[in-house]
Design a binder for this molecule. Structure first.
Ligand code: AQP
Length: 322
């Protein structure tokens, strides 16, 4: 089965990115898996050229550090394959203004900007192009991407109806637990690279002291009962779900072992620190040899381009351009 997914180099990778996306990518990789660092998407919000380049390289190293094997999966940087933006333009002319206006992520991000770019508005179309270019049948993503994935499906179907069978209609694949990791300080909103406060988002490369501090200070409630209940106790439910994602138990089983929030938080911090330490070490080792990292990325881009070129040709000839 052909699998594709992407992640933006827009800031420090957090626990939501890891549990909602990266960990599943590594667990499910095959030589038919394509994973990209979507640097063009990161341009939709203000970012300096130096930060974008640094984040792109660090995130690429992170993909290998979490377990993606360059001899198995194809890992590449989006802007190194020019067909993404070429297909995106064709799909923009298939998408409607109305459907893009309904994208909740656009509305939330636009609300927080003084002015926002046209790219922020058309971002989901570029994401559809990323997916459709690779004939992806499965797209592993966190829960926040459901609406964007539905748009990619709709665009594929509309294009196929209008111009003849061209694209595979992809299916989303969502992790069974921790598909939406919430902000540690505001547990009713998702943990986010660009929105969460420093205490609200836990970076997977945070220092051990910061990881412990963020978990111990995570917002819970005052009734003191350890129980898994998203409606009544979202802060605690978030911690239980993170615990469950690392320990493999159900959140209810984890809850049944504790009587005090402090004990649960301490054990969770130990679990997270132990799990993330080797990933940090691998990422640091990879970043120590940037020449080798760039070599791996060029091999990935060359492999990706073979597929992207073929699909782009099909779509371009279907609409009557080159
Ligand atoms: N809180 C989350 N819980 C579970 N999964 C999450 N993802 C993001 N946040 C959570 C998943 O991570 C993958 C890569 O996301 P992205 O880089 O494309 O960015 P995003 O979805 O817009 O979320 P971020 O990380 O918070 O970035 P910003 O703030 O820059 O928008 C996706 O599969 C996503 O579902």
């Amino acid at each position: 089965m052909r699998v594709l997914s992407g992640i933006q180099p827009s800031g420090a990778v957090h626990l939501g990115n890891y549990l909602g996306a990266l960990r599943q990518w590594a667990q499910q990789q095959s030589n038919n898996s394509y994973y990209c660092v979507v640097d063009l998407h990161a341009l939709t919000l203000p970012i300096s050229p130096a930060d974008l380049q640094r984040h792109t390289l660090e995130l690429s190293a992170t993909l290998f550090a979490v377990g993606l094997d360059p001899n198995v999966a194809t890992v590449f940087v989006q802007s190194q394959v020019p067909h993404h933006t070429r297909l995106s333009w064709i799909l923009e002319c298939v998408a409607s203004y109305g459907e893009l206006s309904r994208m909740t992520q656009f509305k939330e991000k636009a609300d927080r900007q003084d002015g926002f770019s046209a790219g922020l508005f058309t971002y989901p179309v570029l994401m559809a192009a990323d997916i459709l270019l690779y004939d992806a049948q499965r797209v592993p993503v966190g829960d926040d991407q459901r609406q964007h994935l539905e748009l990619a499906r709709n665009l594929a179907e509309r294009f196929n109806n209008r111009y003849g069978e061209t694209f595979v209609v992809p299916e989303g694949f969502f992790p069974p637990v921790a598909a939406r990791v919430m902000d540690l300080q505001e547990p009713t909103r998702k943990m986010s690279k660009s929105v969460s406060s420093p205490l609200g988002a836990m970076g997977i490369f945070d220092s051990e002291a910061d990881i412990r501090k963020k978990i111990m200070k995570a917002m819970t409630d005052t009734d003191g009962e350890v129980r898994f209940d998203w409606d009544a106790k979202p802060g605690l439910a978030n911690l239980l779900e993170i615990f469950s994602a690392f320990s493999g138990e159900t959140p209810d089983t984890v809850a049944s072992r504790y009587e005090r929030y402090g004990d649960l938080k301490k054990d969770l911090a130990d679990l997270v620190v132990a799990h993330l330490a080797p990933i940090t070490q691998r990422r640091d080792d990879l970043l120590a040899d940037k020449g080798e990292l760039n070599r791996l990325l060029s091999i990935g881009a060359a492999r990706a381009e073979v597929i992207a070129e073929a699909t782009y040709r099909r779509a371009a000839s279907a609409v009557g351009v080159n």
